[in-house]
Design a protein around this ligand. Structure first.
Ligand code: RP5
Length: 165
């Protein structure tokens, strides 16, 4: 079974990332969560990245804050798709992480969600897996249908509340 590897640069990032594996769990997708820093534990990042494919990983979510380079470094070591998750941390509140995630020089691309976009990172990873796994694609469809039902229900509620007599 395909697996998503979620790597975070520090356990201080953890709370902002939980929603990524939360949604993967909801969709019944296997995942592994690790802490590894591109600058503090580069050897561990290297090992994780070069062995990811042979360990059954199909997509990587790399979460980091401040001058975030984890996703880019990870992508330099594997051709698996890497989704950056910029974390709100430090004096710039995540803007620096967002820019370093979206402004990669040409040649080694990464995708990026927004600052703190953990749920979207999980959903995007699921969508990638859904390109070759019809069961995951169906679960994503069902997930969207549930969201649609909630919006329609909210619309009904708000219309009833604001209706002129
Ligand atoms: C980054 O530096 C981490 O991803 C984290 O967001 C930030 C601060 O890390 P700590 O100093 O809290 O470990 O590498």
């Amino acid at each position: 079974m395909s697996k998503v590897l979620i790597v975070m640069g520090s356990d201080s990032d953890l709370e902002q990332i939980e929603a990524a594996w939360g949604v993967l769990g909801e969709l019944g997708i296997a995942y592994e969560v690790r802490v590894a820093s591109a600058h503090r534990t580069p050897d561990i990042v290297h090992d994780l990245a070069v062995n990811a494919r042979s360990r059954g990983v199909s997509v990587v979510i790399a979460a980091a804050g401040i001058a975030a380079h984890l996703a880019g470094v990870f992508a330099s070591l594997t051709t698996l798709p890497v989704v950056a998750l910029p974390v709100a941390a430090g004096t710039l509140g995540g803007i620096d992480a967002l820019l370093s995630s979206t402004q990669m020089p040409p040649g080694v691309p990464i995708a990026s969600v927004g600052i703190g976009g953990a749920k979207n990172a999980g959903l995007f990873a699921a969508a990638i897996l859904g390109t070759h796994d019809p069961v995951i694609a169906e679960r994503l469809d069902a997930y969207r249908k549930k969201m649609q039902a909630k919006v329609i229900e909210a619309d009904t509620r708000v219309r009833a509340k604001t209706k002129l007599d």
